[in-house]
Write a protein that binds this ligand. Sequence first.
Ligand code: ATP
Ligand code: MG
Length: 241
Amino acid sequence: MAPLIDPILTVSDLHAGYDGAPVVFGVSLQVMPGELVAIVGANGAGKTTTMRSICGLIHPLKGRILFEGHDISEMPAHEILKLGISYVPEGRRIFGKLSVRKNLYLGAYTEKSHIEVKRRMEELFEIFPVLRARANQVAETLSGGEQQMLAIARGLISKPKLLMLDEMSLGLMPTMVEKMMATITSINRAGATVLLVEQMVQEALEIAHRGYVIQNGKIIQQGSASQLMDSEEVRKAYLGM
Ligand SMILES: Nc1ncnc2c1ncn2[C@@H]1O[C@H](COP(=O)(O)OP(=O)(O)OP(=O)(O)O)[C@@H](O)[C@H]1O
Ligand SMILES: [Mg+2]
């Protein structure tokens, strides 16, 4: 029987890399509308390369990427953004010399209506009150956690259909990681489909519906988050149990 709902994102047999040399070898994954999916794996496994391929920063050497049924494999990044995929890269990449507000405006550049942008900014200030308090502060003077929130808020302000988060926990202390994960959960519950990449495997699987384990550029395991957390292999390799 055919599934009732089509995936929002389908990656099939993705081979991707740099200067023609693949580091990702045949990755296939799917994300359903409304899902929160985690890609987990060690340093250098190919998580960021997979994300960069989806959002068009690099193009597949082989394989296909479908978003809402359209082949986006060869599409430039700015067009993919317009289709509704927003990527929050590793390492925050905010504009340090600009204010919080200015950073958010830049994230909303695809939206022409100023009133709409202001409305969305208000919504985001409800989710991240600290950003309202610091709206006029220069972004580089925010704390690490605050910068991470700004990066997520900037990813959300374009109202993406799919929000992709790369390594949100990096450099955050455990209580901040917990807060960040709770925020992502509530953003997902409010309707955003989320694909996230994490080295913090336990934390990511605690909030995800489903997950994929990537190792040396290949998906070695997939399943519901609880299946993965129960898996002997995952527990040994990633959860230190
Ligand atoms: N711009 C680049 N040029 C050449 N090789 C690269 C480039 N970016 C990444 N690589 C290589 O590709 C492989 C996969 O890297 P990738 O960034 O996708 O891993 P990752 O799973 O995101 O790791 P991490 O958890 O450390 O962020 C690594 O061996 C890395 O050295
Ligand atoms: Mg990475």
